[in-house]
Structures are given as C-alpha cells and as structure tokens.
Design a protein around this ligand. Structure first.
Ligand SMILES: NC(=O)c1ccc[n+]([C@@H]2O[C@H](COP(=O)([O-])OP(=O)(O)OC[C@H]3O[C@@H](n4cnc5c(N)ncnc54)[C@H](O)[C@@H]3O)[C@@H](O)[C@H]2O)c1
Length: 256
C-alpha cells in the first residue's frame, strides 16, 4: 500500500509501460487518471485495473499544450489534487542518420520532447500546491549511445535526459523531484521496432540490445519488472532521489 491515497496522472496509459504503471499504481492504492490518444484501449486498461485504488481514463495528446492544460485541470479537479506524474507516452521512429526526414524529426520531437516539457510544466503548479511530489519521465539507453538506425529518436531521449536534470534542479525548491527511467521492456513499441527485420538485422539486434542484459539476456516484463520501481519512485520512499537517470534494464546499460 505504498501509494495509498496518492493522486497521480499517467500519460500513455493505453499500452506497454503506461498500462503496466496504471495497474501497479491502482494495486498500490493510488487514485489515477490515465491519459492517451488510444481511447478504447486506454479506457479498458483503466477499467480493468484492480486494487484498493482507482483509475479513470481521459483523452489527452501530450504534444498539444491546450489538450494537456485542459485535461490536467479536469484531472486534478477530479482527483482533488496531484501528488505524482508518470510520463511514459512516447513514439519511436526508425531512420538512418543521413536520411531522416524533417517530418519524422518533428513528429518524434513533438511527442517525446515537447510532450515531456508540456506535461511536466502542467504538473508543476499542482504538485507545488500539494507541497511537493514526483515526476517520472522516460529516457532511454538510445539517448546515451550512438543509434545510427534511429538517430532522431536517440536525439529526443538525450533531450529528455537533459530536461529531467534541469527540471529537477529548478523544482527541488518546491520539493518536487524529477527522475527518468531508462527501460528495456517487451511492449508494443519494442515489438514494432523488430517487425520485418531480416535474419541478419535480428542477429545484430540481439548482440546490440539483448546480449548485454546481464539478468536473462532479454527485455523485461513491464508488470513484473517495471511496476514495482514506478511505485517506489512515485512513493515517499524515494523522497531524496532527484535528477537521476535510472536504468531498469537488467544491466543492459552498465554491465558489460
Ligand atoms: N520498450 C522499451 O524497451 C523502451 C526502451 C527505452 C525507452 N522506452 C520509452 O518508454 C516509454 C514507454 O514505451 P513503451 O514501450 O511502453 O511504448 P508503447 O508504444 O508500447 O506505449 C506508448 C503509449 O504512448 C501513447 N502515445 C503516443 N503518442 C501519444 C501522444 N501524443 N499523447 C498521448 N499518448 C501518446 C501510445 O498510444 C501508447 O499507448 C516511451 O517514452 C519509450 O520511448 C521504451
């Protein structure tokens, strides 16, 4: 019951890590508003989450400031305040460095970077009013290493890391901590990234992404491996941790 009574907004709640986070938070006693643009799936994830907390769904597009401002205002009024924001909403675009289109660059920056800034800024005054709280962004190992095949995505995650440090530095005075998870999980996003790859590319992918995962040489399961970490970071147990990039990846990032 580490989140009993906590009031939390989760973006990207319909799939992957957002859905797992919704289930983990409700199970830990939190009252959650889940937001996404995939309305049907998002609504079922919220309805089906079980535990002593609760979850309701609202449509919101993280790349659109007006959409987020009005959804957050409505969510906070429904919840009666805000204690945490979990922000896994994101998109991936493959694209070789020399051939990325301006359209793909703008699309991935709009959701991953502008979306992080907009949602974090929208949460800030409500968290401050509650006397502090936790913001959990989503970075990636892609923001820390060369990604010749997904350079725009990699650049967005580097930007999320930099933003997370700046926001942590600025909002610590309001008792708001801001951290980023660097995950490696099987989700719709990771499955789509592998679709249609040749055997040679799948082999490269194994050596690049899986072989270095000390714990099992495989991506994690978001409910089993990420959910409890999200509960910890949203809870008061992590009250002295801020500005950190936390890999939840079985050792992919730092164990060689
Ligand atoms: N899967 C991995 O191993 C991995 C690795 C590193 C980083 N990440 C990051 O973790 C986060 C979660 O990834 P995932 O694998 O669960 O992805 P996913 O694609 O499975 O789920 C992402 C969710 O975000 C929603 N979304 C997309 N655009 C949105 C928008 N404009 N507004 C609101 N919601 C929107 C989607 O509808 C979807 O429900 C992402 O930021 C991703 O970049 C994932």
């Amino acid at each position: 019951m580490e989140l009993e009574g906590k009031r939390i907004i989760i973006t990207g709640c319909a799939n992957g890590m957002g859905a797992a986070t919704t289930r983990a938070f409700v199970n830990a006693g939190a009252h959650v508003i889940g937001m996404d643009i995939d309305d049907e799936t998002g609504a079922s994830v919220c309805t089906e989450a079980t535990g002593s907390g609760s979850a309701r769904y609202m449509h919101a597009d993280v790349s659109d400031n007006d959409s987020i401002q009005s959804a957050f205002a409505e969510a906070v009024s429904t919840l009666g305040g805000l204690d945490a924001l979990a922000n896994p909403a994101g998109i991936h675009r493959a694209g070789v460095t020399g051939e990325i289109t301006v359209e793909d660059w703008d699309a991935v920056f709009a959701v991953n970077v502008r979306g992080t800034m907009i949602t974090n800024q929208a949460a800030h005054p409500y968290l401050k009013e509650s006397g502090g709280g936790s913001i959990i962004n989503f970075g990636s190992i892609s923001g820390q290493r060369a990604e010749a095949g997904a350079a725009a995505y990699s650049a967005t995650k580097g930007a999320v890391h930099a933003w997370t440090r700046s926001a942590a530095g600025a909002w610590g005075a309001d008792n708001i901590r801001v951290n980023a998870i660097l995950p490696a999980m099987h989700t719709p996003m990771s499955r789509t990234a592998a679709e249609g790859l040749s055997e040679e590319k799948m082999n490269e992918r194994y050596w690049r992404n899986f072989h270095g995962i000390a714990l099992g040489r495989d991506y994690g399961d978001a409910d089993r491996d990420l959910g409890p970490v999200m509960v910890f970071l949203a809870s008061d147990a992590s009250h002295f941790i801020t500005g950190q990039l936390l890999p939840v990846d079985g050792g992919q990032t730092n164990v060689r």
